[in-house]
Design a protein around this ligand. Structure first.
Ligand code: UGA
Length: 447
């Protein structure tokens, strides 16, 4: 099938490459010419495992192209809207400027009978307005939210755990040869592979996406709230989490305590859903979501307090190494990264922070200019008095305490993500501090 993808950021670039890999002819459109040029050369404009290989393979087959020219979408049967919907600069809601711009640019170009598929994350109530606009061009809208995770985007796009279609009416969903059938054709490989497909109203489909991200945020904040109780009572949050995970009703994932959630999605979607709940007058829901955000906002101050405790109460003038800047491992994304923001907080308190990251140093230099940067762990810790493991990249989790001790005079590590085997580290002579966990000191007892 001939497809277009409007907006080639994390979502669109991966979606375009993945659809081409399924055998479709895909044209990706973005207003950013530098991004388009990179994608056209087969270079991902961001760090995403597996994307480069997928881009190169599809471009060599001639089934994938990128352009800034919206007219190139004219002969596509299906148009995917993948533009960003960031948080508004001065409010909690989502900024729909790029979405409205994309729809207005498409409408004069697309053919009657084509299908427009909305994948961007939007406040509930948006799709119905978009549907009216695309109907003016004789096209039909299906709302098909995306659930891909950065760092696993290629896998999540090609092997989705569910495919959701939001439609105007159930009659439309059942119509033979209608929009739903056409989108089924695009996803045939995944559907034949067993991906569950759910057809529902526009409003439900929009809400599925923001509810999913908000629930993940609630879980992270819940375990972090329990972490505060562990600190107050002498419990160990990791022991609590390990037992909680064995309850099938609770489940294993998204119960890792530490610095809290960040990135380009969970924080803004939680805010946007809280704002929308407020607009709709559903105040208890707004309050629940606001509380999850409040717990998240207190993570960095807690780790900063641990750093002050480790340094005898004074941060000003002290040298701290921060390992990890991206909002999570396997990503170079520093948007709303709690790790990079923590480093800034320490600098604001007068500390001299040298930070490193396997992938994110380039982007962090631009958005966090107050930090010093190092290319390697050895360089970052060389003159440090304290080391903070801020983003749990595997290579930091695998650090050898004996080897690290040879590179630095520091003997205290703050494990801000609660991923270190603290007994092993304290046996090797380190003091390990982690939020929600008793301190682990050489010799075994807490200070
Ligand atoms: C999130 C969702 O997981 C995806 O399903 C969704 O499609 C995507 O947003 C989106 O809306 O586009 P992503 O932003 O890539 O994906 O990140 P997550 O893997 O969800 O992690 C979010 C944050 O939560 C990270 O900062 C991570 O460190 C933190 N986290 C996660 C924890 O602190 N504890 C956990 O147990 C899990």
């Amino acid at each position: 099938m001939r497809l277009s993808v409007i907006g080639c950021g994390y979502l669109g670039a991966v979606h375009a490459a993945a659809m081409a890999s399924l055998g479709h002819e895909v044209v990706g459109v973005d207003t950013d010419s530098a991004k388009v040029e990179r994608l056209a050369r087969g270079e991902p404009p961001f760090f995403e495992p597996g994307l480069e290989a997928l881009l190169k393979r599809s471009e060599q087959n001639g089934s994938l192209e990128f352009t800034t020219d919206i007219a190139a979408i004219a002969d596509a049967e299906v148009h995917f809207i993948c533009v960003g919907t960031p948080q508004l600069p001065d409010a909690l809601g989502a900024d729909l400027t790029a979405l409205v711009g994309a729809v207005e640019a498409m409408v004069p170009v697309i053919a009657p009978g084509s299908v427009v598929v909305g994948k961007s994350t939007v406040p509930v109530g948006t799709a119905r307005r978009v549907a009216e606009r695309v109907a003016a061009a004789g096209a039909t809208l299906v709302w098909n939210p995306e659930f891909l995770r950065e760092g696993h985007a290629v896998h999540d796009t090609l092997q989705p755990d569910r495919i959701v279609y939001g439609v105007d009416t159930l009659a439309e969903a059942k119509a033979q040869g209608g929009a739903v059938g056409i989108v089924d054709g695009v996803y045939r490989t995944m559907l034949e592979g067993g991906a569950p497909r759910l057809v529902m109203s526009y409003e439900s489909a929009e809400l599925v996406k923001t509810a999913a991200n908000s629930y993940l945020a609630l879980r992270v904040s819940f375990i972090n709230a329990i972490s505060d109780l562990a600190d107050a009572s002498g419990a160990d949050v990791l022991e609590v989490a390990a037992a909680l995970r064995l309850d099938d009703r609770i489940g294993r994932l998204f119960l890792n305590p530490g610095l809290g959630f960040g990135g380009g999605c969970l924080p803004k979607d939680l805010h946007a859903l809280a704002a929308r709940a407020g607009e709709l007058g559903v105040m208890d829901t707004a309050a629940l979501l606001a509380a999850a955000n409040q717990v998240n906002e207190t993570r960095r101050p807690r780790v900063k307090a641990l750093a002050a405790r480790a340094l005898g109460g004074v941060l000003a003038g002290r040298r701290i190494a921060v390992l990890g800047l991206s909002f999570k491992p396997l990503s170079d994304d520093v948007r709303n990264s709690q790790s990079a923001l923590l480093a800034d907080d320490l600098v604001a308190a007068g500390a001299v922070v040298t930070a490193t990251d396997p992938a994110a140093v380039g982007l962090a230099r631009v958005s966090h200019p107050g930090l010093r940067y190092a290319d390697t762990v050895g360089e970052a810790v060389a003159d440090a008095e304290l080391i903070i493991l801020a983003t749990e990249w595997q290579e930091y989790r695998d650090l050898d305490p004996g080897e690290l001790a040879g590179w630095t005079r520091a003997r205290t590590l703050i494990d801000a993500r609660c991923v270190i085997d603290s007994a092993r580290w304290s046996t090797a002579g380190w003091t390990v501090l982690a939020p929600g966990r008793p301190a682990s000191v050489p010799g075994g007892s807490a200070p």
